[in-house]
Design a protein around this ligand. Structure first.
Ligand SMILES: CCCCCCCCCCCCC[C@@H](O)CC(=O)SCCNC(=O)CCNC(=O)[C@H](O)C(C)(C)COP(=O)(O)OP(=O)(O)OC[C@H]1O[C@@H](n2cnc3c(N)ncnc32)[C@H](O)[C@@H]1OP(=O)(O)O
Length: 248
């Protein structure tokens, strides 16, 4: 964890940040900046709507049962819209790796469409709330961070939150996702859904149950890479490591 001294800014680094932001806008061009600003504002608003809907639901009903059903349309829309993030990387308007973004976005799309949407009996699992809450807090922070950065008015708290909340929210979200997939396994095995059995005219077989087991196992090598990527970003942004390297 960073100390407040490490996280705080001083005059020199603030001036550096400002110069860097202006440089970034110039590099991006007007159209890309305008699009990203619109995209980030829309996504912040979308996830804020989701947060408000979840809090209102819980306050009115006093239970998490039925929560997923009540927010699913908004969730599906905004999480699917996030596929554009892969496009942003591919066309080079954001400097993030296509692979890192691809893994992050595809795992979310997979959770939304191929797990929670498709397997109705698991929609009331507590683990669904776990990943919904951690995704929502993360995305409100992340998209507002990008928006304020593009507008050159980044409050320190948003920057701090972007590069600290994930330390807890990432493992919590991953735990929620894995527990939800785990809860889905018996239903998938019993129903044989999305599976293709032999014999068939194409002579191929696919077992969704084993696919889910492999997917769960793939979190072991993939999640640490995303987590360490974020830790590196945190060191760069909050501790100014790259700025020091550039000055050298
Ligand atoms: C088909 C089945 C697939 C199954 C796969 C199974 C394996 C899955 C394993 C992985 C599990 C992940 C689970 C996950 O869903 C759980 C959660 O999310 S829980 C909640 C907590 N989550 C997080 O904290 C997520 C953190 N992730 C991210 O932030 C991003 O998605 C990530 C791509 C990982 C990192 O983002 P990035 O590299 O972009 O970091 P930065 O924010 O520091 O940005 C770098 C620079 O890019 C600029 N940028 C990026 N996006 C924008 C934008 N939209 N608008 C403007 N600018 C943008 C940013 O400003 C930085 O620029 P610079 O360096 O110049 O300052």
């Amino acid at each position: 964890m960073a100390s407040s001294e490490e996280d705080g800014t001083n005059g020199a680094s603030e001036a550096g940040d400002e110069k860097e932001a202006t440089g970034k806008r110039r590099r991006l061009g007007f159209l890309a900046t305008a699009w990203l600003t619109f995209y980030n504002i829309a996504m912040t608003a979308g996830w804020l709507v989701l947060a408000i809907a979840m809090v209102r639901f819980y306050m009115e009903k006093g239970t998490h049962r039925g929560l997923y059903k009540s927010i699913q349309k908004t969730l599906k829309f905004f999480q699917t819209f996030a596929l554009l993030e892969v496009v942003h990387c591919l066309i080079g308007i954001v400097p993030t790796s296509v692979l890192v973004t691809g893994v992050q976005v595809s795992s979310r799309i997979f959770m939304v469409w191929l797990i929670t949407h498709s397997i109705k009996p698991i929609q009331n699992e507590e683990s669904v709330v776990l990943f919904l809450v951690s995704w929502t807090v993360t995305e409100i922070t992340r998209y507002s961070f990008y928006t304020f950065s593009l507008l050159d008015h980044l409050p320190h708290f948003i920057k701090w939150a972007r590069y600290n909340f994930f330390i807890i929210l990432y493992p919590v979200g991953v735990a929620g996702e894995l527990l939800t997939i785990y809860a889905a396994l018996p239903y998938v095995k019993k129903s044989g859904m999305f599976s293709v059995r032999l014999p068939n005219k194409y002579n191929v077989s696919f077992d969704y149950y084993y696919f889910l087991l492999i997917t769960m196992a793939s979190y072991i090598p993939l999640f640490p890479q995303l987590y360490f990527h974020m830790l590196r970003q945190r060191r760069k942004v909050l501790h100014g490591e790259v700025i020091v390297e550039k000055d050298d």
